[in-house]
Design a protein around this ligand. Structure first.
Ligand SMILES: Cc1cc2nc3c(=O)[nH]c(=O)nc-3n(C[C@H](O)[C@H](O)[C@H](O)COP(=O)(O)OP(=O)(O)OC[C@H]3O[C@@H](n4cnc5c(N)ncnc54)[C@H](O)[C@@H]3O)c2cc1C
Length: 512
């Protein structure tokens, strides 16, 4: 096993990780290494994002944006974080121009654009270019699988090379988690593969705290056909052009769909297709298919599906997770030397966010994390003896009895069945029992299974925390945590559930 020493180690090359890397270099960090599981700036939520960034721009002031954030937070955002986002949003978005990002400014938001279904690359690719020019180093595809820590704090991480299957130890003055959210853990979701909550689990296991894990934003309708992208964001024109029906062909309007899904959530037996509906596009005319937006949906999303012959399967899709690692206004977690920014962090939005808020959050707190991490690394003496290394699973010539990818898929269905659109006590208990029974194997076959093994190991941990949080919150708060057995908001629950790992390695919570 080889050791590498860097000043700042960053996991993730979405908007948060790239912005952090640039800020760390600008703040004087000499060696900044960014590790990414997937193609930098492209194969992540930031790259496929619709490209809207909201904030105090285009004639809207800080107070206006603060009030928008408050409206969506359902009363439980961390006030200092929301305030920081509102105050920093204007300067941070305006600064993007000097970083090479071209955008159109509108009232209270700006938009970036790039190729179809990847407008977010209009943000990430210029940032990536700037990072390379500034001498930031990249390791890809590779993943953080364990954080190294000693009495003083976080000392770097164990990194898995996803080509060779080898581990190495990256000793870092400071470490930033910018690994995105955990919506990609759900079986039905519109996130790029790998958005599986790794960083959230790594942070918790290293001693950080997490907040608001029970909330998950679910996109109303997207394509859910095997072999096609699960896409909600860019699929809207198809939904508008067709007719949504239930299994019997009965058309359902928006309110009826929601009622249908509420009923479908009841019952503890596993039914993976419980939220599936059908979109009938057979009556769309050839002329309509030529319209720009519909033509794009057909070419990029519907692919070869015989849409003029049969309805296509549609479903809600998990989209965004506002909860995550607890940070302060300086993007610090509870572990010295460990920072977090972007969707992996929680508390900024409370129960929900306005459109365009996530990318702004990634840019604002990414820049803060990069600067703070560089300063921390500069003033903290290097560890003479590296922290002890975990014994980690390795490649094995024998295939695992239960392939890790299968465990990962089961975690996804457990969450989808019971912790998605609607929740209830018996379903959440069933989910916990299902998750407990899913012990990932200790070794993997091919290298792809080694990645899945770590994602399953970390994802199962996240899924358990999410399910327990949803079970604890005995109320309905906004649209992102709805309980059929507690259908009303409860003022006594205008509080946050905070998670940590106790001395026995178990998840523990407090309600504050
Ligand atoms: C379809 C879609 C459209 C959206 N549109 C918008 C929008 O218009 N406006 C808006 O504000 N928000 C939007 N969002 C949400 C927004 O895109 C995300 O919240 C935001 O991009 C998150 O940025 P991030 O940098 O935190 O994480 P991501 O962009 O998700 O990047 C995470 C990175 O971490 C890496 N990674 C993960 N685990 C590891 C590991 N263990 N080791 C190393 N690397 C790891 C991944 O490979 C990836 O590079 C959209 C989301 C989706 C899915």
């Amino acid at each position: 096993m080889t050791d590498t020493r860097v000043d700042v180690l960053i996991a993730g090359t979405g908007a948060a990780g790239l912005r952090a890397a640039l800020a760390a270099r600008m703040a004087g960090a000499e060696r900044v290494l960014v590790v990414s599981k997937t193609e930098s700036g492209v194969a992540n939520c930031s790259g496929i994002a619709w490209g809207g960034l909201s904030g105090a721009v285009g004639g809207a002031d800080t107070d206006h944006y603060a009030s928008v954030l408050a409206e969506y937070s359902e009363g439980i955002a961390q006030p200092e974080l929301a305030r920081k986002l509102a105050e920093a949003s204007g300067p941070a978005l305006e600064e993007l121009v000097s970083l090479g990002v071209e955008s159109q400014v509108h009232r209270a938001h700006l938009t970036v654009s790039a190729r179809p279904r990847h407008p977010g690359e209009g943000l990430t690719l210029p940032l990536l270019r700037r990072c390379r020019e500034a001498g930031v180093e990249f390791a890809e595809p590779a993943m953080l699988v364990h954080l190294l820590r000693d009495a003083q704090g976080c000392r770097g991480a164990m990194v898995l090379d996803l080509v060779s299957g080898d581990y190495c130890r990256v000793l870092a003055g400071a470490t930033i988690l910018a690994t995105g959210g955990f919506a990609g853990l759900y079986a039905r979701n519109d996130n790029p593969a790998g958005t599986a909550g790794d960083g959230l689990a790594l942070g918790l296991l290293a001693g950080a705290r997490a907040i608001d894990l029970e909330f998950a934003t679910v996109f109303e309708l997207g394509l859910a056909e095997e072999g096609c992208p699960q896409d909600g964001c860019y699929f809207g024109p198809a939904v508008s052009a067709g007719v949504v029906t239930d299994d019997s062909g009965l058309p359902l309007d928006r309110a009826q769909r929601d009622e249908h899904w509420r009923d479908a959530s009841l019952g503890v037996e596993r039914r993976d297709g419980r939220y599936d509906l059908w979109l009938d596009l057979t009556q769309v005319t050839p002329e309509q298919w030529l319209e720009e937006k519909l033509a794009l949906v057909r070419r990029e999303i519907l692919l070869d599906l015989p849409v003029s012959e049969r309805p296509v399967r549609v479903s809600p899709l998990a989209h965004f997770t506002p909860g995550g690692l607890m940070i302060d206004e300086r993007a610090r977690t509870a572990v010295p030397g460990l920072f977090a920014a972007g969707e992996v962090a929680g508390g900024v939005f409370g129960a929900g966010r306005p459109g365009g808020g996530a990318l702004t959050d990634a840019i604002v707190f990414g820049a803060v994390a990069g600067r703070e991490a560089a300063e921390y690394a500069a003033r903290t003496p290097r560890a003479d003896t590296p922290a002890p290394t975990e014994s980690l699973p390795s490649l094995s010539s024998a295939p695992a009895a239960r392939p890790p990818s299968q465990v990962l898929s089961e975690i996804g269905w457990a969450l989808w069945n019971y912790v998605s659109l609607w929740r209830n006590g018996p379903g959440l208990e069933a989910c916990l029992a299902w998750l407990r029974a899913l012990e990932p194997p200790a070794s993997a076959g091919p290298v792809a299974e080694l990645r899945a093994l770590h994602e399953a190991r970390l994802g199962r941990f996240v899924a358990q925390a999410v399910t327990r949080a949803a079970l604890l919150r005995e109320e309905t708060r906004g649209r992102h945590h709805r309980r059929t057995d507690y259908p009303e908001p409860d003022a006594a629950w205008q509080r946050n559930i905070i998670w940590r790992v106790n001395e026995d390695g178990e998840l523990a919570h407090e309600v504050v």
